[in-house]
Ligand binder design. Structure first.
Ligand code: ZN
Length: 458
């Protein structure tokens, strides 16, 4: 039996350690930081490894070939340092196991014997080489191994990316990019999508406003426009043909759009193409006609709520709420389940869903009922009142006058929008873009192909 054969191969040259004994941080903290960092550079890929898989060199000090898996002597929590053999075989990174055109798994997982084992596991400088009992050979870069011993998945790049919360002050210097740069080289697109991730919105200045098609082309630089029951790319002036308050001149408090979809629109764009004064209005009246746009950083507001009233935050992040769209003939839309106002993945804020007008009837509390919570309606109203108060704070409200030539694109999962009342006729065009399509474009314009593949394939 060779099962417990120990491999302790000295590395040629100097061992590069991720963890210094003098480091004030815990070993697992350091490893996690390395494995989730979006900015690290990968070493040259091993020739035997599929193109998305080389990773940072963080070798364990030893590896052990156990009956149940590959054990690593590495500073992670207990039970996370044994990788089951079948898991390793199923996740072989080699060029025949990963279709190099589609990056899909290229073999039948369940044709592999459930008890497959390594005949040999060899610790190499850049990763571990496994020779299987059926003759196949696999190589796993340390970057891949480390990601799974320290985390549940490889970094999706978004959750570890820098976000800067904004308030009223950002109105004086909002994030901007130039239309020409976005429509030109990839760097302009990278800059635009990155600002949306970082700040939640961006203005694209210098956009032609004599032809709405130019705005459509700009949005399609990110991804195709999402169709809804209101249509796809829109170009409208207010009337009540469509029964929604957005089509009137009324003020609208801060809200997110399409709360009534299981997956609300990811991005939204507005472009004010023209604003014609009301008939008979003089110059002074024109200047006072309003129609300023309001942006509120929902993640910032959620953070404030969490700090000031953790219980209220917990209520809004837990209790499911009914949302609906019912105002158009033959259209009745509601998500497949009740969704809370604040959604997180782990501790990272993911989505704000807030339009009080589109909110249905709040469920009453049930001890362990349909809503999976025992949060009372009264507790929810108390929490939502606090949330509403934070959203209306002057220091939270970013007011910006839309102008022809300046396209506002914002993250509808993060930023709430609204407007003041206005007079006259505004012609506005815009559209929605799906979240996943936006994130894909952001990744492909900002990161190398290898990191992008790692972030989606694992
Ligand atoms: Zn393979």
């Amino acid at each position: 039996m060779k099962s417990f054969r120990v491999f302790r191969r000295a590395l040629p040259g100097k061992v590069i350690w991720a963890v210094s004994p003098r480091s004030p941080l815990s070993a697992s903290t350091v490893l996690r930081r390395i494995s989730t960092s979006a900015s690290y550079q990968n070493p040259a890929p091993n020739a035997n490894v599929s193109k998305s898989d080389s990773g940072r060199l963080v070798p364990p000090s030893a590896i052990y070939n156990r009956p149940d898996g590959l054990q690593l002597e590495t500073p992670v929590e207990e039970n996370r340092n044994v990788l089951p053999w079948f898991w390793l075989r199923d996740n072989c990174r080699c060029m025949s196991c990963v279709n190099q055109d589609t990056m899909q798994r290229n073999f039948k997982t369940f044709d592999i014997p459930a008890d497959i084992k390594a005949s040999e596991a060899i610790r190499e400088e850049t990763g571990v080489r496994v020779k299987w009992s059926d003759g196949h050979e696999s190589f796993y870069p340390w970057g891949f191994i480390n990601a799974y011993t320290t985390s549940g998945r490889r970094s999706n790049l978004v959750n570890s990316h820098e976000r800067i919360y904004f308030g009223a002050e950002i109105a004086s210097s909002p994030p901007q990019v130039y239309y020409q740069s976005v429509m030109g080289a990839k760097q302009g697109l990278a800059d635009m999508t990155n600002k949306i991730i970082k700040y939640g919105f961006v203005f694209v200045t210098g956009t032609p406003f004599d032809d709405p098609e130019k705005t459509k082309e700009l949005l399609e630089r990110i991804a195709f426009i999402r169709e809804t029951h209101y249509g796809g790319f829109y170009d409208f002036t207010p009337d009540l043909a469509m029964a929604d308050t957005a089509y009137t001149n009324l003020a609208l408090p801060a809200h997110t759009d399409t709360t009534y979809f299981t997956e609300p629109a990811g991005l939204q764009a507005f472009h004010l193409l023209s604003h014609t004064p009301a008939p008979g209005a003089d110059k002074a009246a024109q200047a006072a006609e309003g129609g300023k746009s309001l942006l509120v950083d929902g993640f910032h507001a959620a953070k404030i709520l969490q700090e000031e009233d953790p219980e209220a935050f917990n209520v809004l992040a837990t209790k499911g709420v009914l949302w609906h769209a019912s105002g158009n003939k033959d259209i009745s839309i509601t998500p497949y389940k009740l969704f809370p106002v604040i959604e997180r993945y782990g501790k990272v804020l993911q989505r704000i869903r807030w339009n009080n007008d589109d909110r249905g009837v709040l469920p009453l509390d049930r001890p362990s009922g349909w809503n999976n919570t025992a949060i009372s309606a009264t507790a929810w109203y108390d929490a939502a009142r606090k949330w509403d108060e934070i959203l209306r704070r002057k220091e939270m409200e970013c007011w910006i006058q839309l102008k022809p030539g300046s396209v506002l694109i914002f993250d509808n999962w993060r930023v709430l929008h609204g407007r003041s009342a206005f007079e006259g006729i505004r012609r506005i065009c815009g559209g929605y873009i799906n979240r996943d399509d936006f994130i894909s474009r952001w990744k492909h314009s900002n990161f190398n192909e290898q990191l992008v593949h790692n972030s989606v394939r694992g």
